[in-house]
Design a protein around this ligand. Structure first.
Ligand code: FAD
Length: 409
């Protein structure tokens, strides 16, 4: 199907919400309405993880509200109907097994790696799951990642193409690091065999250096002929546009295919708070317009290259999405693969209108037990508690569609 950016209309709520019946749409209206109360979200995001840890009986409440809106299910079997529903609307899925963080023993990390391999097998058996996503913090100790970030020159600014400095690690830590690399090879090998892309999520800046290192290492091996491994670039960081350029240069020099997911970034408050408390300059842009500028420049840069590259525009921002869609038609880099993506439960007006006009677009769809996806859900609640910008728009569009359906009935 021909793509058509000129005809894209992100206000078409009929297309945006065609996959939801009236009851589901009213429920979304209620949920987004509740999330507009900043004080409620503040209390909720503090108390919920604590209540889950204490085993208080709130699981069912969470499952039928915020979980249902943003997560596919607790298991692959529960998630399957959502995957099929999206396929009916020509929407792909980035399947995300929602484990992250936590200090565990090696046996637990091995189990998580096995689960990722099962997720890849499942993805390979479905028509519309070209990618899975993983968080490195689900596969290794965050304390180790932090130590590696700090012990490398220019912490937070890992120079693409440079070896990790492992000299500061104890023998068990060195073993744990090697175990991570071996788990990643197992995952990427299976992905290569199944033709499934693996997106490595970007996390907090104080863990990110070794994550970038692992991403580059895997890209160099598995992206020889196809786009299998993707790194994630958070443009809310002041140093990431130049990091993106260096990573692409590094790929060119070493002769592999760079693949990048472009995001603004999900940990802004946490980043700023830590920098303030520990007295180092915040790695985050001074204001939103600077983040937007770097984000749009990153897209334009990838579009202007004369080298094969795959990028995922992972954003709910209408302007960035339109810009990328419009440029993808007129431009420049014939070897560019471009794919759009929004989180499941957010910005349906972008997803379903993009797919309707022939663009490759997916929903980032997490699944996992309720207690495992709590950090993800708390980030979504915080992200959607602002009345300004895109998030207030979510509620506006849902209400507009509810109004239209009422008039039409
Ligand atoms: C498919 C997909 C995958 C994702 N993967 C990751 C990932 O791996 N790692 C990750 O961190 N996030 C990830 N995200 C989350 C993503 O970072 C947030 O959804 C995103 O930041 C929200 O921004 P937006 O592009 O949708 O646009 P907008 O809503 O226009 O922008 C909001 C964002 O702008 C930035 N911002 C807001 N205010 C300021 C300010 N005052 N100063 C500077 N910057 C500001 C923040 O990053 C904020 O989140 C992913 C999102 C998607 C859709």
């Amino acid at each position: 199907m021909e793509t058509n950016a000129a005809k894209l209309n992100f206000n078409d709520t009929q297309k945006a919400f065609a996959y939801k019946n009236d009851f589901q749409l009213k429920k979304a209206n209620w949920l987004f309405g509740m999330m507009q109360y900043g004080w409620l979200v503040k209390i909720g995001t503090r108390l919920t993880p604590w209540a889950i840890r204490l085993g208080l009986p709130i699981k069912s409440l969470i499952k039928h509200t915020i979980f249902e809106q943003f997560v596919g299910g607790e298991s692959l079997a529960e998630t399957k109907p959502v995957v099929h529903l999206l396929n009916k609307f020509k929407v792909d899925v980035i399947l995300d097994y929602g484990v992250e963080g936590g200090e565990h023993d090696e046996a637990k990390y091995n189990k998580e790696a096995e689960q990722f391999i099962r997720v890849i097998e499942f993805a390979g058996s479905q028509a519309n799951i070209p990618f899975i996503s993983i968080k490195i913090t689900g596969l290794v100790s965050s304390m180790l990642l932090n130590k590696l970030s700090i012990s490398n020159p220019g912490a937070g600014k890992y120079p693409a193409g440079v070896e990790m400095n492992l000299a500061s690690l104890s023998a068990p830590e060195t073993q744990a690091w090697q175990n991570l690399i071996s788990r990643m090879h197992d995952i990427c090998r299976m992905a290569e065999k199944s033709g499934i892309g693996v997106m490595i999520d970007a996390e907090e800046s104080w863990l990110q250096d070794p994550i970038d290192y692992v991403a580059d290492l895997m890209m160099a091996q598995y992206n020889q002929n196809n786009f299998i491994v993707f790194n994630t670039i958070q443009l809310y960081r002041t140093d990431r546009l130049s990091f993106l350029k260096r990573s692409i240069d590094n790929a060119k020099q070493k002769g592999y295919l760079p693949a990048m997911k472009l995001v603004r970034g999900a940990y802004m408050e946490k980043e700023r708070k830590r920098a303030l408390e520990m007295g180092y300059p915040s790695p985050i842009q001074a204001d939103k317009s600077k983040t937007d500028k770097d984000y749009n420049e990153a897209i334009a840069f990838c579009q202007s290259l004369d080298y094969p590259i795959s990028i995922i525009i992972a954003s709910h921002n209408e302007q960035s999405t339109l810009l990328a869609a419009a440029k993808s038609q007129v431009h420049t880099n014939p070897k560019l693969e471009i794919h759009f993506s929004q989180l499941y439960g957010m910005s349906d007006n972008l997803t379903f209108n993009l797919s309707d006009h022939g663009f490759r677009v997916s929903k980032y769809l997490p699944f996992g037990p309720v207690n495992e996806v709590i950090p993800y859900l708390m980030r979504r609640a915080q992200e959607n508690s602002s009345v300004s910008g895109q998030t207030g728009r979510e509620l506006f569009l849902i209400r507009q569609e509810l109004g239209n359906r009422k008039k039409g009935s």
